[in-house]
Write a protein that binds this ligand. Structure first.
Ligand SMILES: [Zn+2]
Length: 290
């Protein structure tokens, strides 16, 4: 069997398949992965990948995406039984339930299901509230830039589009904002998610060290967060003392959100607990990734 993981995570990777998902499939953290085929090139690469690693393909549904292109949703994986269960949940409109068949931890699937019913606030805020206070959050759990399954309203879809537009130059340069964990955790301390994220990241470090290192650098930065497209990734560090966290920042790291421009300067120089108090009053919370 072909064990050339690195080239399938690089040049031979089907573009619709995320690096974290494929790494998870390779290292066994997941046995089924959801992806799509958007064109003949995708199809060819998916087939090559599945032949090389003896993955099965399960077609789900054909539809037209926002740009009007024909797209086929598929599952690929090693566990045919789970793939059938996932397909059945997907095709019968039980969207959050299928997470279990995609190997997301039960606790995280249930948490997501509850949030999905209410949707009172951003999923990220809900996860932060469920997390242990006064603890750093492991960078492998950072899902601030994982918009998948978080965007449901027309307003959010428009904001997402705008976010991609204002950062298009960065994406063209190949800047990589993908998270490590392929799903949303039930808290930033969820043990099962953390274990999986560690397994996936260890594998990435071994197979694609440069990508892993770049990702770690970005995902370890502190974030002040208000809403799905209102946040600042701070060039700096969260520091903990007896009174709690404060941040020493020296600028804003890319990508840019749609947060109000009037806060940029202040966020870029954030350095004292009174600065943090200012942002808290404005509805921001600190996500102390590290
Ligand atoms: Zn969990």
């Amino acid at each position: 069997m072909n064990r050339d993981y690195a080239s399938f995570l690089g040049a031979k990777r089907p573009l619709s398949l995320q690096i974290n998902d494929l790494s998870a499939l390779f290292c066994g953290a997941k046995s089924v992965v959801y992806t799509s085929i958007k064109n003949a090139e995708d199809e060819k690469m998916i087939k090559e990948l599945c032949e090389a690693f003896r993955f099965d393909i399960r077609e789900l549904r054909k539809f037209r995406d926002i740009a009007g292109n024909e797209t086929m949703d598929i599952l690929i994986g090693k566990d045919r039984k789970k793939m059938e269960k996932a397909a059945s949940a997907y095709l019968n409109g039980r969207p959050h339930e299928w997470g279990v068949w995609l190997d997301y931890p039960q606790c995280c699937v249930e948490f997501y299901g509850k949030w999905e019913k209410e949707k009172k606030e951003s999923l990220v805020k809900k996860i932060a509230e469920a997390s242990r206070k006064n603890r750093f959050f492991d960078f492998r759990m950072n899902n601030v830039l994982n918009f998948y399954s978080r965007i449901s309203s027309e307003k959010l879809r428009n904001e997402h589009k705008k976010f991609l537009e204002i950062n298009a130059h960065l994406f063209r340069l190949g800047l990589d904002f993908e998270p490590v964990l392929p799903w949303h955790p039930c808290s930033y301390n969820c043990r099962k998610s953390l274990e999986a994220a560690e397994t996936i990241f260890d594998f990435m470090e071994k197979q694609i060290p440069q990508t892993a290192e770049k990702r770690k650098r970005l995902l370890s930065l502190p974030v002040i967060f208000k809403d799905d497209f209102e946040w600042f990734v701070l060039k700096g560090k969260s520091v903990k003392n007896a009174a709690g966290f404060f941040v020493k920042a020296d600028g804003i790291a890319p990508p840019l959100s749609l947060a109000d421009k009037k806060y940029f300067e202040k966020a870029a120089r954030l350095s004292a607990s009174k600065d943090l108090a200012f942002f808290k009053k404005e509805g921001y919370i600190l996500l102390p990734f590290n």
